[in-house]
Design a protein around this ligand. Sequence first.
Ligand code: AHR
Length: 498
Amino acid sequence: MPTATLIVRPDAPIGTISPRLYGHFAEHLGRCCYDGVWVGPDSPIPNTDGFRDDVLDALRAMPTPLLRWPGGCYADHYHWRDGIGPPADRPRRLGMSCGLQVPDDNGLGTHEFLRLCALLGAEPYLAGNVGSGTPQELCDWLEYCNAAVDTTLARERAANGSAAAFGVRLWGVGNENWGCGGNYDAATYAREYRRYATMLRHVDPRAELVVCGHEDAWNAELLDTLGARLDLVDHLSIHDYWNLGGPETGFGEDQYHALLAEARATEAFVVRTAALIADATGGKRQIGIALDEWGVWHPEARPWGPDDVVCRDPVTYEQANTLRDALAAALAFEGFHRQCGVLSMANIAQVVNVLQAPVMTDGDQIWLTPTYHAFRLHAPHHGATALPVEPDGGATLPDGTPAVTGTASRSADGFAVSLVNQARHDGAEVAIVCDGAPSGVSARVLAANDPAAQNSIERPDAVIPAPLAVASDGPGRWRVEVPPHSLATVEFRRNRPV
Ligand code: AHR
């Protein structure tokens, strides 16, 4: 077994890994919000204020620092006033997103969502309606949520249960306005954004505004059209779904590697976007990149991608979630850490039941996916200082890149190193070099015999983290042996006995 060495560079810190890089996304789509998160206070499923207790516990433990809502494409149909006031009086609307049409009783509205965030300890991120809304409607929602002065909207908020302002910082001005959010061209949307953002800034200058980006050509034209008014932008949103991996479980060798390569390539998209921003601002203004939808999109969830795979009928946006998907997430986290100076948030799509969900439910049952465990294994990095990790030696993938890669961070009580062995068939011996790391060491690994392994109601613990032995090779030197297609986190803590 060839030894792969990961050299951690404590002398070259990259920046802070904001907990916002471990954000989530809850859309009124399929069984994400309704059923997955919200069952209503009268449900026989145990709940707190209408939110499933089992899901709350799982999301808290993951943890869930940031949550975007209510869309996605749903956002550009959503009228926030439908979701306030006595639930029995709320209108029953046509819930529309991504081709699905369902009745939406608006039981989960603004107060409920913000209660969910409070229950989870999550920062809320509200996505506003540009496609079928108006600047006034979005200004009113902002005032309703955040006004600390005595206005009619603030009184209405108080009458609906919250005298205190919610102080929501993050506001999206539309979603995918190049497509489902209005089919704008970049320049027209940029002018529309300028109008919205100007008005929103008057209502709450502390709101952080997110402009809708897309691919490079759109982003370049958008930034160019905003020109002198880039001060109106705090974050630029991009989405990246990985759809080259073939079937969700029956994938071949090439498809296994294609999906992981796509996950690694997300970093290049962030880097390109950062370069466009730097070019447009001349480096004079910090505009963060909000990767506010990312993850694996298997063709079974809804046909997309090059492969001729039969989709579920009807389309549910639900898909299998395997160890391969968890590896893809862990590779993305490596890039998020390296780009933490320009990437201001990232939200996996979506938090429960839809697409690459960490949590799945069926009736009153719940199970956690391998992607959930990837998030959990990376929790030690939240808020820590990202450190470069240089791979040296070891096996390579068919494309010539190292099979074992890693990411590291330093916090007040030590270091954490997470690594991925992408080799499909071979385990790896990994030497970790981390000068100055304390000697209290522990590690956990996520592995299974097959990269297509997944959890289910029947086998909720088929893919869960297990303890990993760590051998010491002298000060600042350790060794682990990891199985094929696995990911692991090694922690070095001052406060942990050896
Ligand atoms: O996450 C599902 C959909 O994908 C979202 O509604 C949309 O923004 C994207 O196209």
